[in-house]
Design a protein around this ligand. Structure first.
Ligand code: HEM
Ligand code: HEM
Length: 205
């Protein structure tokens, strides 16, 4: 059936879209202003933390395609999806595909570690919400190394994320970046699981 003939549906809700682009903005703000502008750096880092906490809640109470239960897939499915993507035969997903979902999980974890270790560094200087807690006695140079490692590792993941978005868009012939701005995607009536209006059954293969 011709997808182009179908009316677009809102797949990414407005809060999720605002979350995404503000997260991208504040990550780069924190990354680029790391030592000279520590106030800007820490505030950007706190904003990233709040955004991630919001996303964790939204993944449980949000609309269908924001739910973790809608898109998280076991490693076997991620592998099969990547293999089929390589042969350009991977099935299109109206929500996140299994590889994208794995990347989202990784990003959320590495961002949380980066933000937490940043707050530990701050606490060692007597500032921030963790000041005067057990983290103050942790070895500063080790925490700084972990903070630096995870901020750079997250940057590498983001590059892979964007390349993945472009590649998937190419294979499925759709503009995923535009979809993350407008929220809209065209339904794929060839695959019953890809109908955005269907009630959620906790699975999107
Ligand atoms: C600036 C270039 C970026 C572009 C073009 C981009 C594009 C996208 C697109 C198109 C999606 C939806 C993927 C899909 O259709 O399944 C997405 C999802 C996501 N991106 Fe990005 N992204 C960018 C930067 C970032 C950055 C810097 C971060 C993290 C700091 C990030 C984290 C995420 C997360 C967590 C999701 C999942 C959205 C959700 O369901 O909450 N992205 N991105
Ligand atoms: C998730 C967002 C964050 C990113 C991407 C990030 C990134 C970075 C980077 C790249 C450095 C330089 C590492 C080095 O060269 O030694 C750094 C240092 C630092 N960050 Fe973060 N950070 C984030 C969040 C935070 C938060 C939330 C805080 C505190 C509230 C924080 C506090 C610090 C401190 C105190 C330093 C050491 C600065 C110095 O003395 O040179 N960071 N961060």
């Amino acid at each position: 059936m011709n997808r182009q003939a179908k009316k677009p549906h809102v797949v990414w809700d407005p809060l999720l879209r605002v979350f995404h682009w503000t997260l991208a903005f504040f990550f780069f703000l924190a990354y680029l202003f790391e030592s000279e502008e520590l106030t800007m750096h820490s505030h950007a880092g706190y904003t990233v933390t709040l955004l991630i906490l919001f996303r964790l809640v939204w993944g449980v109470i949000g609309p269908r395609h924001a739910l973790f239960s809608d898109f998280l897939a076991p490693p076997g499915k991620v592998y099969i999806y990547l293999k089929l993507l390589f042969y350009r035969t991977a099935k299109r997903h109206i929500g996140h595909n299994p590889a994208g979902a794995a990347m989202i999980l990784l990003l959320l974890i590495t961002l949380l570690i980066t933000a937490f270790t940043g707050m530990c560094l701050f606490a060692m200087e007597g500032s921030g919400p963790l000041a005067n807690t057990f983290v103050s006695s942790w070895p500063g140079h080790v925490v700084e190394d972990i903070h630096e490692f995870f901020s750079n590792f997250t940057l590498v993941l983001i590059i892979v994320h964007v390349v993945g978005v472009l590649l998937t868009g190419l294979v499925h012939k759709e503009n995923l970046i535009k979809a993350m701005i407008t929220g809209e995607k065209l339904p794929d009536l060839d695959f019953p699981d890809n109908r955005p209006d269907e009630p959620h059954h906790g699975k999107n293969t």
